[in-house]
Write a protein that binds this ligand. Structure first.
Ligand code: FEO
Ligand code: CA
Ligand code: CA
Ligand code: CA
Length: 653
C-alpha cells in the first residue's frame, strides 16, 4: 500500500485556512459618512469608551498591585525535544483523557500500534481534542459533572502505518475509522474520596458522537430542497458532525458543537458546476486534482458532491450543505439525537459563544476561521426563561444572523443578514432567507462585512459583557487582503486580539465600539538568532510574556482572560516563541503571563473549569513527539489534561 502520510497532513494543513473570499470588501475607514459621524457624536461617542481600565490610554495607568494574576509566569520551552506539559509553580498537570481511551467501561483498550478497528474507535476517545465544556450536575456541581470534548479531525497516527491511498482510493476501513474518530465524547467525571477528579467509567452518560451518528436538521433549512440528498429525500436527517473545533453552551445546559473546516471532506469533480455553485466554491470545496485531502469521496459516495444527473436530488451535491452549522447536543440525555441549528448560518465556524443579558436576551458569537473571513453573531428572537427547557430549545431555530463591520474610527456595526436587506435579494442570488443562511459567507460579502485575520475563539467578560476575539494570523494580509485598523499588520504571522463593547452592554445591540487589545509577537527591540533586528511585522504590543497566534480564549469567573496558542513551532520565524502555550491576561492592566507550555508539535486548545474554578481542563492537540507517554517511542496522542493547584486554590489566583 502506498503510504501518503506526510502529503496528507501537509495538504490538510495547507488547505484548511486558504483564502476564498472574492468580495474585495474594504472597510469604510476612508469614507466615514455623515450618518456615522453623527452616531459618534451621540451616545456612542468615542470619548465615552469605557473599556475595563479606560481603554488604551488608561490601561497602563492600572497598577500591577491590583493584578488578577496571582501566579508566577514560566519561560518558553526552546528545547526541540520538549515532550511534556509544564505549569506554573504551585500547580500540577495530569493527563486525563487521551485519544483511544475507552469511553465505555466495556470498550476495548487502546492498542499502542493503532491497530484498533473502526468499531473499537467508535467506543474510544476520538482524535484531536479541541473545544470542551464542563456541565455540572445540579445536586453536586463542584464534585460531579459531564465533560463534553470535541474531536476535530484525525492525525495520520490514527492508523498503524499512516494514511493510505491505494490506486487513487482510500481504503474503506481507514475512512470508517477516521469518521469514527471525529465528533465528540461525553464523559462523566467525579471527585473521589481524596478529592481528586476521576472519570466514571460505568456512567450511563458516557457517549461517543461521531462522523456517522444520525442527527436532525432544524430551523429555516430543515426540509429545504437544498438539504435533500438521495439518501435523505426529506432533507431533515444527516449522518455525523465533522471538524468540531471550538464550541459553546446554552443557559439551559446543552453543548453547541461547531463545524469548522468541513469543506475538506468533499470534492466536486465537475469544474463548471463547481465554478458556478457558490455554496461549494465560496467554501473552498476541492475540485478534481486538488483533492488530496481526506479523499473519503473515493469510497464513500456521500462525500463526492459532484452533481449526478439522473439521480434523485443530484446524488450528494447537497451533502456539503448539511455541514457548517451549530450542532446542539444534550449531554444529559445520551439517547437524544444531536440537532443541526440552521438559523445560525453556514460557514466554517470556530465557536458559538453565549452572551446573556439580564432580561434573558442572548447573542451567540462566532468566528469563521479562514483568511479574510468574518465575525458573526446570532441573536435568537426570544428570551431565555430559566426552567422552560422545551421552549428554550426552540429559541435556536428563530432569530437574526449578523456579521461585523469594524470601522476605522473605532465604531462598529452589526449588519443583519436578512433577506431583502443589504441587497440580499433574488436578483442577487438570494431568493429567500434560507439561501441567505446557506450562503452566509456570500451574504456577508454583499452586506459589506470586514474581512478579518482568521477569527478563532470569542470570549465574553462575565461582568461587563465586553467581547474579545482572537485573530490568529494571516500571511496574506497586506497582499491579497488590504490592511485596515482591525487587521493592521502586513504578513501578520503572530495575530492579535480585539475587544468590543456592545452599545448599552446589550448583547443584541447593532452598534459597538472596538479596539485592539493587543498585537501578539515579539518585544520591541528583539533580535533574531543572527543578531539582526526582528522585522517590524513580527513586533507586538504585549505587556509581559510574548506569544504568537492566539486561538483558544476564555474568561474565568473572576475575569481572567485565558489565551491558548496555535502556531507551527517548527517554523524558523517562531523559534523565539518556544512551544504552544496557555497564558493569562488581566483585561484591566493588559499584563500577560505564561501559565503552561505544551510538548513540541502540539497546539494548546480547549479550556473549561469546574464551577468552583479549582480544577481546569485543557487539551493538548496533535502533539508531535511521544506525549503523553513522553518516552521518546510511543505514538503521540491528543489528550485532555487536568490542572489543579497544590493548595487546592482557584486557578490563576
Ligand atoms: Fe480548528 Fe480555527 O481552529
Ligand atoms: Ca485545532
Ligand atoms: Ca482553533
Ligand atoms: Ca488555530
Amino acid at each position: 500500500m502506498k503510504q501518503d502520510f506526510t502529503d496528507f497532513h501537509a495538504s490538510v494543513g495547507a488547505h484548511d485556512d486558504q483564502p476564498v473570499n472574492p468580495s474585495g470588501n474594504v472597510p469604510l475607514q476612508q469614507a466615514i459618512d455623515h450618518r456615522r459621524r453623527g452616531l459618534l457624536k451621540g451616545g456612542l461617542g468615542l470619548a465615552g469608551i469605557a473599556f475595563l481600565g479606560g481603554g488604551i490610554a488608561g490601561a497602563r495607568a492600572a497598577t500591577r498591585g491590583d493584578s488578577l494574576l496571582g501566579f508566577e509566569g514560566i519561560p518558553t520551552q526552546l528545547d526541540p525535544h520538549f515532550d511534556r506539559v509544564e505549569v506554573a509553580p504551585g500547580y500540577r498537570a495530569r493527563v486525563f483523557f487521551s485519544w483511544g481511551d475507552p469511553v465505555h467501561a466495556d470498550a476495548p483498550e487502546w492498542q499502542p500500534d493503532a491497530s484498533d478497528d473502526w468499531q473499537a474507535q467508535l467506543r474510544q476517545a476520538g482524535d484531536n481534542h479541541d473545544g470542551m465544556h464542563f456541565f455540572p450536575f445540579p445536586d453536586a456541581p463542584d464534585s460531579r459533572g459531564l465533560l463534553a470534548i470535541n474531536h476535530e479531525y484525525v492525525n495520520p497516527t490514527l492508523h498503524p502505518e499512516g494514511i493510505a491511498v491505494v490506486d487513487g482510493r482510500r481504503p474503506l476501513e481507514q475512512v470508517r475509522k477516521e469518521q469514527a474518530a471525529h465528533g465528540l465524547s461525553v464523559i462523566e467525571v467525579r471527585k473521589d474520596m481524596q478529592g481528586e477528579w476521576q472519570r466514571v467509567m460505568d456512567s450511563p452518560y458516557n457517549r461517543r458522537i461521531s462522523g456517522m451518528t444520525p442527527m436532525a436538521i432544524a430551523g429555516p433549512l430543515a426540509g429545504h430542497a437544498a438539504m435533500q440528498t438521495m439518501d435523505d429525500p426529506e432533507g431533515k436527517r444527516v449522518l455525523g458532525t465533522l471538524n468540531n473545533c471550538s464550541s459553546g453552551f446554552t443557559p439551559w445546559g446543552t453543548y453547541l458543537v461547531c463545524e469548522e473546516n468541513w469543506h475538506n471532506y468533499f470534492v466536486n469533480h465537475d469544474a463548471d458546476d463547481l465554478a458556478a455553485r457558490i455554496s461549494h466554491n465560496r467554501y473552498g470545496i476541492a475540485g478534481s486534482g486538488m483533492s488530496k485531502l481526506y479523499g473519503w469521496g473515493t469510497v464513500d459516495p456521500r462525500f463526492d458532491a459532484t452533481p449526478q444527473a439522473g439521480q434523485p436530488h443530484g446524488g450528494f451535491v447537497n451533502e456539503p450543505h448539511r455541514f457548517g452549522w451549530v450542532v446542539e447536543v444534550d449531554p444529559f440525555d445520551p439517547q437524544s439525537a444531536p440537532v443541526k441549528r440552521t438559523a445560525f448560518g453556514r460557514y466554517c465556524r470556530e465557536c458559538s459563544v453565549l452572551s446573556l443579558g439580564e432580561d434573558g436576551r442572548m447573542a451567540f458569537y462566532s468566528g469563521d476561521d479562514t483568511k479574510g473571513e468574518y465575525v458573526y453573531k446570532f441573536v435568537p428572537s426570544g428570551r431565555f426563561v430559566p426552567g422552560a427547557d422545551a421552549a428554550n430549545r426552540r429559541l435556536l431555530d428563530e432569530g437574526t444572523l449578523y456579521v461585523a463591520r469594524f470601522d476605522a474610527d473605532g465604531s462598529g456595526q452589526w449588519l443583519a443578514l436578512v433577506h431583502g436587506e443589504h441587497g440580499l435579494t433574488a436578483e442577487n442570488g438570494f431568493p429567500s432567507q434560507a439561501e441567505v443562511l446557506l450562503n452566509a459567507r456570500a451574504a456577508a460579502d454583499r452586506a459589506g462585512a470586514t474581512p478579518m485575520d482568521r477569527p478563532e475563539w470569542v470570549a465574553v467578560h462575565p461582568e461587563t459583557r465586553e467581547v474579545y476575539v482572537t485573530l490568529t494570523n494571516n500571511d496574506v494580509r497586506g497582499t491579497k487582503q488590504p490592511l485596515d485598523k482591525a487587521n493592521p499588520r502586513p504578513n501578520n504571522l503572530h495575530g492579535q486580539i480585539l475587544r468590543w463593547q456592545e452599545e448599552g452592554g446589550d448583547p443584541t445591540a447593532t452598534r459597538f465600539l472596538w479596539e485592539v487589545f493587543l498585537l501578539a509577537g515579539e518585544r520591541r527591540g528583539s533580535r533574531d538568532a543572527q543578531g539582526q533586528p526582528v522585522a517590524a511585522n513580527l513586533i507586538g504590543t504585549i505587556d509581559g510574556d510574548c506569544f504568537s497566534s492566539p486561538d483558544g480564549l476564555a474568561f474565568d469567573r473572576d475575569g481572567r482572560l485565558w489565551i491558548e496558542t496555535d502556531f507551527d513551532d517548527d517554523e524558523s520565524v517562531m523559534q523565539a516563541m518556544g512551544t504552544n502555550q496557555l497564558l493569562c491576561a488581566d483585561p484591566k492592566t493588559r499584563e500577560v503571563r505564561r501559565f503552561l507550555v505544551g510538548p513540541r508539535g502540539c497546539e494548546i486548545t480547549g479550556i473549561t473549569w469546574s464551577p468552583d474554578y479549582r480544577a481546569m481542563w485543557i487539551n493538548v492537540q496533535h502533539p508531535g513527539l511521544s506525549f503523553p507517554a513522553s518516552d521518546g517511542q510511543s505514538r503521540p496522542r491528543s489528550s485532555t489534561v487536568l490542572i489543579t493547584k497544590d493548595d487546592g486554590g482557584v486557578m490563576g489566583s
